[in-house]
Design a protein around this ligand. Sequence first.
Ligand code: ASP
Length: 713
Amino acid sequence: MIKYFFTLVFSWLSFYGFAGEGMWIPLLLENRTIADMQAAGLKLSAADIYSINQACLKDAVVMFGKGCTGELISPGGLLITNHHCGYGRIQAHSTVEKDYLTDGFWAYSRSEELPNPGLTVSFLVRIEDVTEKALQGVLPDMSEKQRNEVMKLNSAEIISEAVKNTHYEAEIESFFFGSDYFLFVYEVFKDIRLVGAPPSAIGKFGGDTDNWIWPRHTGDFSLFRIYAGKDNKPAPFDTANVPYRPKKYLTLSAQGIHEGDFTMVLGYPAKTDEYLYSGGLKIVTGDILPAKIKMREERLKIMQEEMSKSPAVKLQYAGKYQGAGNAWKKWIGIIDGVQRTDAVNKKIQQELMLTDTALSEPCRIKYFEPVLRRLDDFYAENRVGILASDLGHEALSSFETALFASNFDNKALMAAYDTCDRQVMKDQLRNMADGFFKNVNLNIDRKTMAGILRIYFESVDPLYYPEIYPTIQDRFDGEVNAYVDWLFRKSIFTDPGKTYKIIDHFSPRAVKKLLSDPFSRFYQSFSDVVVSYYPVSDSLDLELQRLYRDYVSGLMATDTNRVYYPDANFTMRIAYGKVEGYKAADAITYDYHTTATGILEKEDPEIADYTVDEKLRLLLEHKDFGRYGPDATLPVCFIASNHTSGGNSGSPVLDKEGRLIGINFDRNWEGTVSDYEYDPAVCRNISLDIRYVLFILEKYAGAFNILQELTIE
Ligand code: ASP
């Protein structure tokens, strides 16, 4: 009976999809989703979107770096993504004298395009459902740990088989908490060059003030080109490389966007938690996010203070500030959205419904009652541990010197025991040190560390204080500041001279010294706390995986009105919806698009985020919109009900024919709750209208070399 039940519920691929909510796997569109998409207006077939036998839309969409999406828009390997996705690269090419973040950058010939070491672009070659192979040998009475071990061994084989005799890379991802496994094969390009970026006053117009906010007027795009070897295959950077010839590139539509139009987004959403149990969501929004918000505020304040004192520091920390501020503001939106949508109570209702329905069938209740009870207990028992672990992660990831010390130690340990590679390792250590000292401001790091440690100690149960804590009490009278000052004074990692000396005279004995460095000891002591508890602790994680697998299967069987799609996991997904405005609050209704008039309305010389670029202002004032401003208005951004998330930044927004109408770059604040609970009334993705991109290229930048590569309808 139970076996039958699971086969039934895990035919999740055939559940109905609704415009708006859902992030679908492109391989599985044939199962119902494509029919729903066509009913909503799509004119393409499933094979036009995903196929391994013909060029299709998936061949024009790439994973850009390790956290964004991009799309091919010319036969010469030209790629468009967000300005905020290219930000770090633009920053890396900038100096105080030649500041591309402030002034923008346009390559007017191929030879002016700028290489970006370390940046990769990955094409999805194919997806395969490997559930059966991955779970081969898994027996019903196996523990979750044994199940995982078998799955990992199988996966290693599947992957090596998949990439055999190719230059591809592959990975297997779990869906629905280990109920399904899919193989993703990628072709990864490594010679990616910067082609163009507007000044931040355009590409980041509205800045942090407008981030996550609608209405929006941000020209959030940048252009890169993929280079390949002469055989059109990935090759490391080489001046002899040639522009990549893609299987497919997108046609741009400058025909305009209207309310109600069908839209879809193909891209790489990174992480959602749509099936989080009520107890889990309560901890996230009641405990974890409020404390993390406090930590980020501290960090942002410190960065801001130092950045305002020096243009060099401002440039050095621009990317870090942007990244830290982005999540900070989203978290505030999520807490608000969870309250507004009453998401915790909605989840409780679903959980009760599952119990009620299960009660009517003795076999189900026997199965589900313990699952639900254990989930309740799990969150009650582990609340403080989960909080400590999450805050620990947040803290550690913002301590730059501590992270450097730990990475350096790991590499040094390898160098000490692997004599053949000693020279290579030394070079790597030197590179690591070069990167660290170039990018860090020790003053910012010191203040940040003291501030965040203080918040950590205030927020978590003393049970989760790191081993170093008694030292802070005894030797420094509990003064976190004094302890941190001492760390920075005593450590070799804060002194370039000492660090490079260790590298030059590297020996196994030096490693001993490194491991007893105060920063190494601090990192170890702190990460011990973090690693011991959820979500990193293997046993708790595994227990949760099993509980959630059972729980979601129960939901699917009992609540058939709900849409079921796997959580985002940075694999390619397709979302679809329509261009539409929304009602944000009582008497506040938002239109679906913005125009350049809003740029001038927002202009405020007192607020840096609302500084309008001089050349742009003249064009706007003279309504010099060229072909892109129908009826003397220039479209800038629009919103639609596509279900997107972080990682979808830079994704193509396509019309019913698969033509590029916009570049996805954000969500509205009211809608950030969609990572946990999609609310069709308010959840909207924000996109840059492709006509604004074309206007900037033609009228602002005069980049005709770029324009002539494009196919525009
Ligand atoms: N702007 C967002 C980001 O940077 C994209 C999104 O989450 O919708 O993560």
